[in-house]
Each structure stands twice: as structure tokens, then as C-alpha cells.
Design a binder for this molecule. Structure first.
Ligand code: SAH
Length: 244
């Protein structure tokens, strides 16, 4: 899968996407990351990508022209079934594991990174297929959010994780009996020593009884979900207990 990142800070991704699982995915050829400098599609000496907002007010807005021209240059004949365009935005539906799984169905994904006060709305209206937020808070730019989406999505591409099973047993994947489509949390993990500062790991994990271990893990995952994220066990996702 190819991830395209359209940004005014191409250097930003050095680091976040050059380590661990994502870097291994790139090395193995399963993942490609192409970083595009939005300023390459400007024509003035200052390489201006932003302008003042119509109607007045604070800050600057990213202009539509460099963004539209960049996408059109990268994909002269886009096939929307294979090539997806997402605008990173605090206003989009919040990204999660299920949305990550939908995104990796595409062959290529373009993430447009906003800055300043945001991006001319016509990019959302007439260019992007969707807006993606990584949470209900405002970042200063879309780059960090895009890196989050690339990291989370890349590890869902078959073969990227060394152990094929591991992404199925993670948080938001393992389905409890009636947990709804969002899945429950992963079970707790322990490693050596068996006793650390007087705190012992659960006895069952030290024996070789795999059926008992599986049972304990299932129960522990459910217990932790119930304690930390009871909303995930809600049979009607998106509706809080109080609303029902
Ligand atoms: N004025 C906008 C915020 C602009 S922040 C508003 O109030 O909604 C500048 C850029 O950062 C945005 O264009 C977007 O690309 C990115 N950004 C900010 N918060 C984000 C979030 N939670 N998820 C994804 N991108 C975000």
C-alpha cells in the first residue's frame, strides 16, 4: 500500500515513520510512503501556500490551488475505488481501528495535512473523500495526525506485523460475546521476573496449561475493558449509558 503525505513540512515525518513496524513494512516493500511538499505547487518566489480568510478574523488559511494541483499531478487519472483522499481535520469523524481497516482496503491513501487556521473548505467539499480526526482536540497541524493514521493503518496490512495473529488479538480487535463491532481491550501482559518488588504475576501464566491461560486472558481482557472502557461494551456504539 502506498501512503502519500501532502505537507508544508516534509521533514516532519523523519523519525515518526522511520522506526519499528512501519520502517520494517517499508523495507519489506509492503508499505510505501511518499512525502510531497505542498510548496512544489506554488508559482511565486515566496512559495506561498496560505492566504487571509475571507470575512476577516485571525490567522491564515491554506489555499485550495496548490492542494488541488498537487493531487492532480500525483494522480492524473484517479480511480476513487483504489486511490483515497483524506483531509486531516479536527472536524472529521474520529479515527479508530475499524476505520483503519477500511482504509487499508485502498491501494493508495493520500493524507492532506492542514496548518494555521485550517484548509479552504472547498478541499473538503470537492477534493477529499473524507475528513479524518484523531481525537476531539485541536493540533497545530495535520502532520502528527497523519503519522498516527499511517502507523495504525500500516500495521493492519497483511504481512507487515511479523506475527500474522498479533493484530487480531489486539485491543479493539478481539470481540467479546456481545461487545459490539468495536472489540474489547487486549489482555494484560507480563514478563520476567515473576515477582517484581513483591508483586507477583498471575499464577496461571506460569504454568503450561494453555486452555487455562486462554480462559484467564479472555476474562482479564473483559475485566479491564469493563473497568477502563465500559463504553466499548455498550451494545449500541456511540450511545452512552445515560442516554439509554
Ligand atoms: N481551525 C480548525 C483547527 C485548525 S488546526 C478548527 O478549529 O477545527 C490546523 C490543522 O491541524 C488542521 O487543518 C488539521 O489538518 C490539523 N488538525 C488539528 N487537529 C486535528 C485533529 N484532532 N485530527 C486531525 N487533524 C487535526
Amino acid at each position: 500500500m502506498i501512503f502519500h503525505l501532502l505537507t508544508i513540512f516534509p521533514e516532519f515525518f523523519r523519525g515518526p515513520l522511520e522506526h519499528g513496524v512501519v520502517a520494517r513494512g517499508v523495507k519489506s516493500g509492503l508499505v510505501q510512503i511518499k512525502i510531497h511538499n505542498l510548496r512544489d505547487w506554488t508559482y511565486d518566489v515566496h512559495k506561498t501556500v496560505d492566504d487571509r480568510p475571507f470575512g476577516g478574523g485571525e490567522g491564515m488559511v491554506l489555499k485550495p490551488q496548490p492542494i488541488f494541483e498537487a493531487v492532480e499531478a500525483i494522480w492524473p487519472e484517479r480511480d476513487p475505488a483504489k486511490q483515497r483522499i483524506a483531509l486531516m481535520s479536527a472536524q472529521g469523524p474520529v479515527f479508530n481501528q475499524a476505520r483503519g481497516r477500511q482504509l487499508v482496503e485502498f491501494e493508495e491513501l493520500m493524507l492532506i495535512c492542514g496548518r494555521y487556521e485550517g484548509v479552504d473548505e472547498r478541499v473538503s467539499q470537492f477534493l477529499a473523500d473524507e475528513e479524518i480526526s484523531i481525537g476531539d482536540f485541536v493540533l497545530s497541524g495535520g502532520e502528527l495526525a497523519a503519522a498516527v493514521v499511517v502507523d495504525a493503518a500500516a500495521r493492519l496490512i497483511p504481512g507487515v506485523l511479523g506475527n500474522e495473529e498479533s493484530s487480531k488479538q489486539e485491543s479493539f480487535s478481539a470481540l467479546g460475546d456481545d461487545s459490539g463491532a468495536r472489540g474489547i481491550l487486549d489482555c494484560p501482559h507480563y514478563t520476567r521476573p515473576a515477582v517484581f518488588r513483591g508483586w507477583s504475576v498471575p499464577e496461571v501464566l506460569l504454568g503450561g496449561n494453555h486452555a487455562a491461560i486462554r480462559k484467564w486472558r479472555g476474562e482479564a481482557a473483559l475485566e479491564k475493558t469493563n473497568r477502563l472502557r465500559p463504553d466499548l461494551l455498550d451494545s449500541e456504539p456511540g450511545k452512552s449509558q445515560r442516554e439509554r
